[in-house]
Each structure stands twice: as structure tokens, then as C-alpha cells.
Design a protein around this ligand. Sequence first.
Ligand SMILES: *Cc1c(COP(=O)(O)O)cnc(C)c1O
Length: 437
Amino acid sequence: MTERSDSPAVRRLTDWDATRLESFIDAYGSPLYVLDLERVRENYRRLEAVFPDAEILYAVKANALGDVLTVLLEEGAGLECASAGEVQRALEAGASGSEVHYTAVNPPAQDLDWIVDAWNEHPELTVTAGSEDTIDRLADRGYDGRLCLRVNPGIGAGHHEKVQTGAAAKFGVPAERAVEVLRDAADRGFDVVGIHAHVGSGVSSDQLDDHREFVARMGGLAREVSEAIDGDGLEFVDVGGGFGVPYREDEEPLDLASVADATREALGEIDARLTIEPGRYFVADAGVLLTEVNTVKEARDTVVAGVDAGMTTLIRPAMYDAYHPIRNLTADAAEAAETAGSSAAEARETIPQTVAGPICESGDVFCSNRDLPASERGDVLAIGNAGAYGYEMANQYNSRPRPASVVRDGEAVRLSRRRETVEDVTRVEREARTVRD
Ligand SMILES: *Cc1c(COP(=O)(O)O)cnc(C)c1O
């Protein structure tokens, strides 16, 4: 497959225009998430090109912003939703029932109530159950619609133990019990349409053998299930998401064509459609987080650059020890101006720095002792690959309002989420008081 020249396999943090990004802080304040919708489209098209006959669902939990859902629906993706809330957002973004898959993981009662109501209006939606209890609870609510079974293949993959879901006990029904569970569900009148597994996030080229083994098991299981169940057989085999993206500057992008080839080959002959459901792959390199330096201090072993974003804004470094590239936009913009001859700024010295947020937790650091241009108070830093699991995991710990987000689409830039205020943080408490009094 030839790479489209306007759609490189990866967009590095250094590919963004420093001056342009920095200007967003003047307009919208700091910290600020920036998401490039055109890059989301490019990522979708690149994946679609190597999986031309697969059904592609977007795992909404990576970034549930309405603009992202709209763009991916327009491109032809369906939406994989992890909660009733995500299903609600998917429908609000214009998804039809047949474009929505709801994956129930120990689903709270109110989620199932909501989903069954939504199914009455959208009978084409698909529910993926990960336990017999969930199937029973669906039946109790009168649901006998499209049912997919999440199986636990006993194989995990991913960049960190906490994202390896394939063997984690909380996900799915052990694969060896799948036939029995599905036969039973079919006998009870459910419309059994698929099997599903998701082995983890951050699957990389060097874990391709694990991926192959996992997909081969899914193919084998699909053939077994189709034989065991009367009727039309399975409609799809969903092998999940987990397509890795290079977070480190020296990491190569995933070789998509070989992942696609390996997937097809390992799956073998099946009388069902292949479904994949990546999240991170579409949005990670389409997003950056901008943050302003407010403190520079010499600590005992390092220089600390204190910034206004923290683990409440982007939790991945604190939660998964995740690496994110960091760039000093102010220094880079000054250097670009110098090269262009429009200013005479001194080149910044590069020194090891620890970039730390404002939260009272020692884990609240984005990097430790990393070589970066010497920070100055007022500099704007960009944290790269922040489009996936960034804002989605943001929270209000330390009574810190969540940041604003902007989307860029070609030359147009617009606010997509306003910055929260402390009023937003305390609203639920004030409202409880009103109800009580
Ligand atoms: C999180 C998740 C995905 C997407 O994972 P990525 O690593 O973002 O591709 C897909 N399917 C399920 C069931 C998930 O929980």
C-alpha cells in the first residue's frame, strides 16, 4: 500500500506549528486541549485502507467529544460505547442504532435500564455482554435484541499491566464456556450476532505474534459457535482495538498493513464479518495539551518547571507511567523567528528538567529529568499525543476545574468545551443544599 503523502503514518509533536499553537493560549487561556479534526480523518482513512472489508467502530472512551464522533460517523465508522452515557452521546451525535455497540462491563442497573429504553427506540443497537449475569439482567428487562458475547481469551497485550484486558478476570466469559453460554442465549430468544474480545491497549509490532495467536483463537471460536447455534450463524467477529501509536520520538509507527495481513490470515475462513474497534489510533496524535510554565526552580537534583496542567488534566503519566513528548513552544517559536531573521533571540540552553503540575501529589509530574530547552516563567509547553485518554480522564481533584478544549478543522479553530470554573466544581453540592433546605 502506498502512503498518501498528506497522511503520514504518524504526526510527531515537532510537526505542529509552534507559533500557531502558542497563539491559542492567548485566545483561550491555559491549560488547553487542542484537537485537529483533519488528523482524525486522516487516521481513519489510513486504517480503513488496510481493512477495506472490516466494520470499523470507534471506541468512544478514547475521546468522546461530539466533534470527534460526528467526524468519524461521517467517515463511516460505527461507535463502540462503554457506558449508557456514551451511548447517549453517540445517539446525540447522530449515530443510528445499527452504528452503536454497547459493551457492558459489570453494568450498573441504571445503565441497563437506559439501554433497554434506548433499544425500544433503536432496535438495531447491539449489546455486548461479558457475563451470564448481564444476559440474565437484560432478559429481566425484556431485552431480546442483538447480543454479542465478550469472551476472555486468556491472552493479554498492551503497554502497561493496567491496560492488558485480554486475560484480566473482570472482562468477558472464559472462551471455553462461550459456546454453551451463546447456545443458551439463542435458546432464550436473543438474537446472537457476534463474539468479541479486546486484548488490551497499545498493541505494537513486536507483539504481533500475541495478536496473531489471539485472532486465531477468535477465528476458531467463531467456527465452533456457528456450528453449535441454529439459525443464521454469526454476523461478526470483533477482535477489539488496541492499535498502538508511537509516544516516544524514536518509536516507529505501527506497520498497519502487516497487522491487517496477520489479522486476516490468523482469522482463517469465517462466515462472518471482521469488526475492529480502535480508539487511541484515531485521536492520539491529533491532540496536544498546552500548558504554561509558572515556576522555575532549582531543586536538589533537578530543575523543576512548574506548569498549570497536572495529573488532573492528563493522568496517563501518573497512572500508567506513560511517556508523552514535551516541547517548549515559546523557545521553538523564538528560534523560528530568529531563523526567519525577524528577531535575535538567544538560543536556549538544553538542560534536564522535571515538568510538574500544581496537584499535591508526588506523582504529579509529566517527566523527570528530561532534556528540554531551559524553561522560563511564562513559556508555553506542548504535551504531545494527548488526544486519546486525555480530557476523557481529566478530573476535579484538588478542586481544580477541567481545562478548555478547542478543535481545529483546516484553518478554522473553535472552542469545543469551555473552561470549567470552581462554580462548576461545587454546583452539585450547592444543588444538594437547595434540595435539602
Ligand atoms: C478501550 C477499548 C477499546 C479501544 O482501545 P484502544 O487502545 O484505544 O484502541 C476497544 N474496545 C474495548 C472493549 C475497549 O474497552
